[in-house]
Design a protein around this ligand. Structure first.
Ligand SMILES: [Zn+2]
Length: 289
């Protein structure tokens, strides 16, 4: 997971360019939802601006960093509501995360969900089906107090979300909370809040589960193996083309950029350990079906 440096005004400009008039229609719908007091619609319009989030996120999932499939991506991704638009359910927190941390706030029974954020541009992210439909669902664990009538995500300070939000600069940079050693994500921060959020995001999206997320692991292993080859050649031959390829693999638009950047940092620090990690990745690729 990485940050995508797009603020609200930039998102608005991109939406206006992609779908003129969308924001006015979204406001009308939000006004109607405010009148009703819940999310109730027969049809929605956020799907019309999927392409904007695809563009800013380099056509990959904001949580697991898997790439979407070109022209078919519209079938493969959801425009996810970070704060659920309908009733927020209690997330079944894994026991290892519950140890050493205060429990998440229990969502009130029968809560309305964040219906007023159904059409807020800072409540969206392009997310793959496994991360969204399989895992995110209507969960939104927080510390603090739920504010279901908030209208600006960046001003909802009574809530301290456990999950990291990747778009804009209002939230912490996900790479300050989550980094990688080899294929596996971990939380490197000593800050208790960052530690909770990093660990919660990893657990929530099962980003370290080698069985449930086998293909995610395979892709990361491939990134590490290829990147190691490129780094070695760039280093040994002072080859500018290889250096450029390395740059492409750690760019924000690259698949698994956080994993790749973490591996490059390891390589720069310790060639021997990096070689061991790359060999482990190579063996992993060969070991799974
Ligand atoms: Zn995903």
């Amino acid at each position: 997971m990485i940050r995508y440096d797009f603020e609200l005004d930039q998102l608005e400009a991109l939406v206006d360019e992609h779908k003129p008039g969308w924001r006015a229609r979204a406001k009308e719908r939000t006004d109607e939802l405010r009148r009703i007091g819940a999310y109730e619609e027969n049809s929605s319009i956020w799907g019309e601006i999927k392409a904007v989030y695809m563009q800013i996120q380099g056509a990959k999932c904001s949580f697991c960093e898997r790439k979407f499939e070109g022209d078919f991506s519209q079938y493969e991704l959801d425009l996810e509501h970070f704060r659920p638009k309908r009733t927020v359910r209690k997330w079944p927190c894994p026991s290892e995360l519950a140890t050493g941390h205060a429990p998440a706030t229990a969502p009130p029974a029968g809560n309305s969900g964040y219906y007023l954020l159904s059409y807020h541009l800072l409540n969206y992210a392009a997310v793959c089906k496994p991360c969204n439909s399989g895992l995110k669902q209507n969960y939104f664990p927080i510390s603090g107090e739920y504010n279901f009538v908030g209208t600006e995500p960046n001003d909802m300070h009574a809530e301290q979300p456990w999950l990291l939000y990747p778009i804009g600069s209002a939230d912490v940079d996900p790479e300050d909370a989550v980094s990688f050693h080899g294929m596996l994500p971990h939380c490197k921060s000593d800050d208790p809040n960052l530690q909770l959020r990093g660990l919660a995001t990893i657990a929530f999206f099962q980003l370290d589960d080698v069985i449930a997320r086998k293909n995610l692991m395979r892709e990361r292993a491939q990134v590490i193996f290829i990147l190691h080859c490129l780094l070695q050649r760039a280093n040994e031959e002072e080859n500018p083309q290889m250096a450029e390829e390395v740059g492409n693999m750690i760019a924000s638009s690259a698949a698994h950029a956080n994993c790749a950047r973490s591996f490059k940092r390891l390589f720069d620090l310790d060639h021997v350990e990096a070689a061991k990690v790359a060999e482990k990745a190579r063996r992993f690729i060969g070991s799974i079906s």
